[in-house]
Design a protein around this ligand. Structure first.
Ligand code: GUN
Ligand code: ZN
Length: 468
């Protein structure tokens, strides 16, 4: 969202120890600047103030060797079930509740075996990083040991993560459920592991009541207390994904006005809460979420695949509700956030097509920059992490992906006459640009046609964690 960063060519990047990167946000030489010290033992972790002495190094986005590259903030996946990764793409014709019983619970239960969990978690962390995801809010399983393993893997691969042990003590199969006591004890074990043993500031706990139907009142109450006792922990759960689920919650919690009121009643609606889906909210529920400053994780690939519905993102944004994007693997079929952003764009267009009032039709549409905002800074806001990540503002951590539109095998074709119409940086005013392709056009080509082949490098807090 404006944080489009010009880079030197990849060749230059590889051959220099220190690389300065001009940000085109404010134009000329006034933008912030980011430094990466490649191969340095003490990599620069954060985005720094522009340094006048480096003004001469202002660079052009496209170089003569045919590479077209730019830095983009790393993606923030606000909702992903790491444990469901093997099922990505496998969901048949099911809808949420039967999908959980037939596809999801058996798979999650299988991850109590350490070797299975290791294989799955290594794969999902590797693949999300390869797709440019620098921060993920993960659901693991009910099993504490393998939840700790997921945290260890994120830490060793340098991915920023919120890691949640899934909590469920009712309305779940016998083979995949804990008692209330065991669940709380295991939550505390994971918390103390992260705090006392792993001690990696990139990896934070997130309390994870699966959704209201799988949690008893006592469990919800104790989790709300635990969050407060520990100084406001992050919280994640599901909310108003399908109508069938909503009816079920109403019958389970008749004392609560709405589904959202269930979470509010147990102090689980906080500014550090992220609520996945929110497809079928009432006005009252939206007001409650706004008042609590909770975030919404919009998961459009999942909502379309499981035919859950279409989330009215514009309506949420109009009310000042924080919204990010989630892959929701494996309700969602891919852990690629770029694909999820595309689906968010398309779902908003479907809502527009259905709008009877012609004046309102365009209002529903989310633009490419808007959905890219949701995939980055919007996600950071929804997770209450935007003071640290989500964009290249001075003082934030350098969580970035280097996008190369012309990487080997890329699905993005840029034609010669479309290439260097971007910036001319210095004295050579004689070079006049042909009319045509703009930065926004190139971003759109990446957005619609790009994939992991265009992610040539990924950094978290300045540390490299993926390269091709
Ligand atoms: N609601 C409760 N559990 C789940 C889950 O694993 N995935 C999705 N999409 N919704 C849920
Ligand atoms: Zn989910």
């Amino acid at each position: 969202h404006g944080n489009f960063v010009d880079t030197p060519s990849l060749g230059q990047l590889r051959n220099r120890e220190t690389v300065s990167v001009g940000v085109s946000l404010t134009g000329a030489d006034k933008g912030n600047i980011v430094f990466i010290k490649e191969g340095s033992v003490d990599p620069v972790a954060d985005c720094r103030e522009f340094d006048e002495s480096l003004a001469a190094e202002e660079v052009v986005v496209v170089d003569g060797s045919g590479e077209a590259a730019f830095f983009f903030p790393g993606f923030v996946d606000t909702h992903i079930h790491a444990s469901q990764y093997p099922n990505a793409g496998i969901f048949g014709n099911s809808t949420l509740l039967n999908w959980l019983e037939t596809y999801t619970f058996p798979l999650e239960a299988a991850l109590e075996h350490a070797e299975v969990a290791r294989e799955v978690y290594e794969a999902v962390v590797r693949r999300t990083l390869a797709n440019g995801t620098t921060t993920a809010a993960y659901f693991a399983t009910i099993d504490a040991e393998s939840t700790k393993l997921l945290a260890r893997i994120c830490s060793s691969r340098n991915q920023r993560a919120l890691v949640g042990k899934v909590c469920m003590d009712q309305n779940s199969p016998d083979y995949y459920r804990e008692t209330t006591e065991a669940c709380l004890q295991n939550c505390r074990r994971v918390l103390s592991f992260l705090d006392q043993e792993l001690k990696d500031p990139k990896i934070q706990p997130i309390l994870t009541p699966r959704f209201a139907p799988s949690c008893s009142r006592e469990l919800l109450l104790k989790l709300g207390q635990l969050s407060q006792d520990e100084g406001h922990l992050h919280i994640q759960t599901h909310l108003c994904e399908t109508n069938e689920e909503i009816s079920w919650v109403k019958s389970l919690f008749p004392e609560c006005e709405t589904y959202t009121h269930v979470y509010e009643r147990f102090n689980l609606l906080t500014r550090k809460t992220v609520l996945a889906h929110c497809v079928h909210l009432t006005d009252d529920e939206a007001r409650l979420i706004k008042a609590a400053e909770s975030g919404v994780s919009h998961c459009p690939t999942s909502n379309s695949s499981l035919t859950s519905g279409e989330c009215k993102v514009r309506w949420l944004l109009d009310q000042g509700i924080k919204v990010g994007l989630g892959t929701d693997v494996s309700g969602g079929f891919t852990c690629n956030m770029l694909a999820v952003a595309r689906q968010a764009h398309l779902v908003s267009r479907h809502l527009a097509m259905r709008e009877q009032n012609q004046k309102l039709r365009d209002h529903w549409k989310l633009s490419v920059p808007e959905v890219l905002f949701l995939a980055t800074l919007g996600g950071a806001q929804a997770l209450d992490m935007d003071e640290k990540i989500g964009s290249f503002e001075v003082g934030k951590q350098f969580d970035a992906q280097l996008i190369n539109l012309k990487s080997p095998g890329s699905n993005v074709d840029i034609f010669a006459w479309q290439r260097p119409t971007l910036h001319i940086n210095h004295a050579n005013n004689r070079v006049r640009l042909p009319p045509g392709t703009t930065n926004e056009d190139l971003i759109a080509k990446w957005f619609f046609n790009g994939d992991d082949r265009n992610v040539s490098g990924v950094w978290v807090a300045g540390n490299p964690c993926h390269s091709t």
